[in-house]
Write a protein that binds this ligand. Sequence first.
Ligand code: CUA
Length: 455
Amino acid sequence: MAIAVVIVLLVIGSVVFHFVSPWWFTEIASHWTNIDFTINLTFWVTGFVFVAVNLFLAYSVYRFRQRKGEASKAVYEPENARLETGLTVLTTLGVAAMLAPGLFVWAQFVTVPDEALEFEAFGSQWQWAFRYPGDDGVLGTADIQYITETNPWGINPDDPNGQDDRVIKKPFMMLPVDQPAKVLLRSRDVLHNYTVPQFRVKMDMVPGMVSYMWLTPTRTGVFDILCEQYCGIGHHIMRARIEVAEEDEFQAWLQSQPTFAETQAQPDADLNAGRQAYVVCASCHGQQGEGNRAMNAPKLAGLQPWYIDRQLRYYQTGVRGAHEDDAFGRMMAPMANTVASPDARANVSAYIASLADTPAAITLAEGDPARGMRIYKANCASCHGDDAKGSWATDAPALAGMDDWYMAIQLQHYRDGIRGDHRDDDYGYQMTSMVKAMRTQQQQNDVISYINTLR
Ligand code: CUA
């Protein structure tokens, strides 16, 4: 009796939870209402079977319980043609109801309208990059063999169709509302996946091939792009944002993105101009970019030029140095504006990167390098490298030989939300997540003391 009641309560509880649960569909933002319909149909079919089978179970437990004075042996009845026919028909109908609508939706899913705008999403461990066709409306061919530091999309440099492609090397893209869009998907390394929950679509990105899908965004807004294939340690932080906007807003944004040809035609940095601009920086960071702890100015020599450039841009745009608890960052922000133009930034970044790199003095006394090594290898090495020299391929700066006191402050800033929380800090949220995987400040110090052994 008690068991029958428990089963009934479980059924009621499950059904009630299903309807009042906070984990429900996000509000849809594409035309794929058919996909919601098929999912809901599956819920109804499986829900009906769940309720019916379990209530029958409860009924049987109660109805056929052992009673005092009765024989306790069950009746063996292996054949019942009527029952078997009924169950077979019912099961067939249920399975067909779940599968058949999916076939119709799938046929729509793989039939892309001719007028669809095309774009490409390119996944790698653990970054996103995007590409749109230029004025010719055709995407150039691409292959991972063409990938270099300046061509992270792997666009074929000899294909004239690719020269005017608009390229984006950050985790952000846009689409116009109410216009069908075909999504072409490529991967640099392992299986990734392009998912926007509000669009109700997802598709794997498979190394060596181009997969695709399509959708029509039906409302404006900003949504998360998620990777939904487990692709390594950074899988959970492989995110981007997509903004759906009105056509003119989308076009204005698209036209402001560089073409592939423009990214390849960057003039060599002017080291002389960079040296002159650096005079301002040298008063705190030192003539050789060696850093000056007394001024709270970290060592710069040894950092990669693209990293310096990115941080300067962050200071200029308020991504860094705007938080009220970031006293030194707020001192740096106005200084960054002395190299405000992209050219000036590139020149001073190249000059700093050309300075002789002498490892910084070790100042951090606490910390166990052996424990730190385990954490570093598990959490940090995938992006910053086993040698902690960093890599453009993962957008990770060099750490080995840099100021340990500065790294300690920055790790703490990531943990406290002083750095990395700004929505335009493209990779800061990744660092925040990895720092929080270290449970204590002691572990942060252990990691830095291990990095100190890599100089
Ligand atoms: Cu990429 Cu998970």
